[in-house]
Design a protein around this ligand. Sequence first.
Ligand code: SF4
Length: 210
Amino acid sequence: MAREAVELLVQAARAWYFEGNQHGLRDREWMALRFLGRANRFSRTPSALAGFIGATRATASQIVKTLEGKSFLVRKPSHEDKRSVVLHLTAQGEKCLNQHDPINHVLNAVTALGTDECVRLRDSLREILNHLDAAHQRLDASVCRDCMFLAERGPSTGKGGRATAEFMCRLYRAPVSLEETELLCTSFERTRDRPKLEEHLDRARVASQG
Ligand code: SF4
């Protein structure tokens, strides 16, 4: 049964590992574009990108040049460190991802499973990755809300006087907004036991939507 499940996973992976190109991009270029569309401001750097896609700095910088050449990306100086650059997806890059990302078919199929099944699948895959993480030192990236460095900073008032939850990254010593807690970070460190903050995030998420 386990072998059959893994074989199915491997077959699903054919959607994102392929020969040649699709809509003008190779599989690693798609992977880079997808990552940069989901990564937080600390992780949208050439070196974090190289780590995430498992490439050398030289390969990652060639991929960045290709994506820049297609107007899918721009470089901007980092607010935190003026010597560094942060990679930003352009509106054209976002449109390309929405319309042509080769994993969109898988995404639609997973969405069609329904919310409960989708949550079960996500949790099972996370559990599997956690085991692999233990074997291979660490995860490549994960969402900020589950990170041990995330701390509550106290409520503040956002646009229109609406209360927004604010958080602090204790690693970068920088504020993290509620929206940013849903983004990927390559400096992520997993914590297993943090029910209080999880509850707070859920409440804050509901408040921000209302
Ligand atoms: S709290 Fe963790 S995941 Fe979030 S920005 Fe800091 S290091 Fe990255």
